[in-house]
Write a protein that binds this ligand. Structure first.
Ligand SMILES: Cc1cc2nc3c(=O)[nH]c(=O)nc-3n(C[C@H](O)[C@H](O)[C@H](O)COP(=O)(O)OP(=O)(O)OC[C@H]3O[C@@H](n4cnc5c(N)ncnc54)[C@H](O)[C@@H]3O)c2cc1C
Length: 466
């Protein structure tokens, strides 16, 4: 009998998992089928590209890290190799009070690994620098359990380096509050460095094999926008039953199988890949004891504000690609990218495309204001550091409510508990996606690959597929 796997969620995670099932289904002689159920009317989840007046505007993610290879590999596999574009590198800044400070060369996620740029930086006071240098002498901590990223770096490098550099850089990736963020779930490598080398500065310096040089861009995107991946993956899914606008309301065990409930009826599944977020998981698994580890897991909200200008309208953009904002300074924006510099292919000649973020912890309500109000707030903040002489030609505000799962201290342990409870009571119900083992697109793709592999090994073990 044909075995059916249901994938819940049609973001990059669900689409990648479905693509792996498609490949297996093609070789299964009709023994394997799959269904992809996506609640919203479109596939892609957080990947959303807008094409307007010659601009390519990413409303959600704009690129992925090349170093985590799964995303670039997937692009190559689905025929998009020639469309990959690397970011232009350039100086990045941190906005502190009313000054854009260059991020010191050699800083790895904010940890100084080169003395001169750090000592000469005006970003820190002499006392701040002295306190950071104490890292060289401070003994390693006896802490063996998880701890917050904030607490860890404050202990080693002091508050100023954290507030002026590490926090603005990390909250651009993880949102939320770094004094609650789990070290083990985000940057376990820094914990390892402390354990092995004691000093972060010396340890990171030793692990940096090459002398400082102009780096090539570390991020990749697609020349026609990230949504190209979504379109290509969707084209590949020829054997599956792909349904958008169909939210799963409940998943119930039914003997050896699952009943997947939607508003339009029940779909029978031999296995489920759950590729939606933790908030959705606690809606569809009604067994509170199982989802207990993640019911209180927070998520952060933010909005992106893309603003297109004539080139003449904007002056004073420093060389480089943009800035992040220190939370201690009085701004509503948290970052801004000079998109036409970082990604020249996105912007027609003679124009500027600024993309700002709003919605820092404690100020997330800002995203509920009107589009005009949010654009006004972003312009007001930007005008403190650059000159903007004209209104934008157009602007695009995108709200991301409760969109960034927060990996707070103890995250890894809670996800292990959740997975082992599912393994015990919901065998062949596999989790993947940004709520669980990594937020970035490559992390999601890696999880999807593993989830599909696990699911296929379950069915193969049962000799369902030859
Ligand atoms: C503004 C922003 C910028 C970002 N920038 C970057 C970046 O530059 N680089 C990077 O690597 N990462 C970035 N990220 C993170 C990355 O975009 C996400 O982690 C990733 O896209 C999540 O993919 P996913 O498939 O796991 O989840 P999602 O994209 O959220 O997809 C989950 C899908 O499940 C569906 N769903 C939910 N409940 C149900 C249900 N009950 N039934 C059926 N379907 C359901 C949802 O509608 C959704 O489509 C960014 C995120 C945001 C918000």
């Amino acid at each position: 009998m044909t075995k059916n796997i249901v994938v819940i969620g049609g973001g990059i995670t669900g689409l990648t998992a479905a693509y792996r099932l498609e490949q297996a289904a093609r070789e299964s002689n009709g023994q394997l089928s799959y269904t992809l159920l996506e609640a919203s009317p479109r596939l892609g989840g957080k990947i959303r590209t807008l094409y307007k007046d010659g601009f390519i505007i990413e409303r959600g993610p704009d690129s992925f890290l090349e170093r985590k290879t799964s995303a670039a590999e997937l692009c190559k596999e689905i025929g998009l190799e020639d469309e990959l574009v690397r970011n232009t590198t350039g100086q990045s800044y941190v906005l502190i009070d009313e000054t854009l400070h260059p991020i010191p060369k050699g800083a790895v996620m904010g940890v100084p690994t080169s003395f001169r740029p750090f000592i000469t930086s005006k970003m820190f006071t002499p006392v701040g620098k002295l306190r950071a240098s104490a890292d060289i002498f401070i003994p390693k901590s006896n802490e063996t359990g998880d701890q917050s990223v904030g607490a860890f770096f404050r202990r080693r490098l002091g508050d100023q380096v954290v507030d002026h550099l590490i926090e603005p850089l990390l909250s651009g990736i993880y949102g939320g509050n770094i004094d609650r963020l789990s070290l083990f779930a985000t940057f376990p490598q820094f914990y390892e460095v402390e354990q092995k080398k004691r000093s972060l500065i010396l340890g990171m310096k030793q692990s940096r094999t090459k002398p400082l040089q102009k780096k090539k861009g570390q991020f990749l995107t697609l020349k026609n926008g990230l949504e190209t991946i979504v379109e290509r993956l969707a084209e590949e899914l020829t054997l599956g039953d792909i349904r958008t606008g169909m939210a799963v309301t409940d998943v119930e065990r039914n003997g050896d199988r699952y009943d997947v409930h939607t508003e339009e009826g029940v779909i029978q599944a031999d296995g489920v890949i759950f590729a939606a977020g933790h908030r959705n998981l606690s809606e569809v698994i009604k067994d509170e004891a199982i989802v207990q580890p993640i019911v209180d897991m927070p998520s952060a909200s933010l909005a992106t504000v893309a603003m297109a200008f004539r080139e003449e309208a904007v002056e004073g953009l420093k060389d480089g690609t943009g800035f992040v904002v220190s939370k201690k300074s009085d701004y509503d924006i948290t970052a801004c990218t000079w998109t036409q510099k970082k990604w020249p292919h996105t912007t027609p000649e003679g124009h500027v495309l600024l993309r700002a973020y709003v919605g820092k912890p404690g100020n997330e309500g800002i995203i509920e204001q009107s589009d005009d109000a949010i654009v006004g707030i972003a312009l007001h903040d930007l005008k403190k550091v650059i000159q903007i002489h004209e209104a934008p030609l157009f602007s695009v505000v995108t709200r991301w409510r409760q969109a960034t799962p927060q990996y707070v201290v103890g995250h890894k342990e809670r996800i292990e508990q959740l997975k082992s409870a599912l393994n015990e009571h919901y065998l062949r119900f596999v989790l993947a996606g940004s709520s669980y083992d990594g937020l970035g697109l490559p992390d999601c793709i890696t999880q999807a690959n593993k989830a599909a592999e696990t699911m296929l090994s379950f069915v193969q073990d049962k000799k369902i597929l030859s």
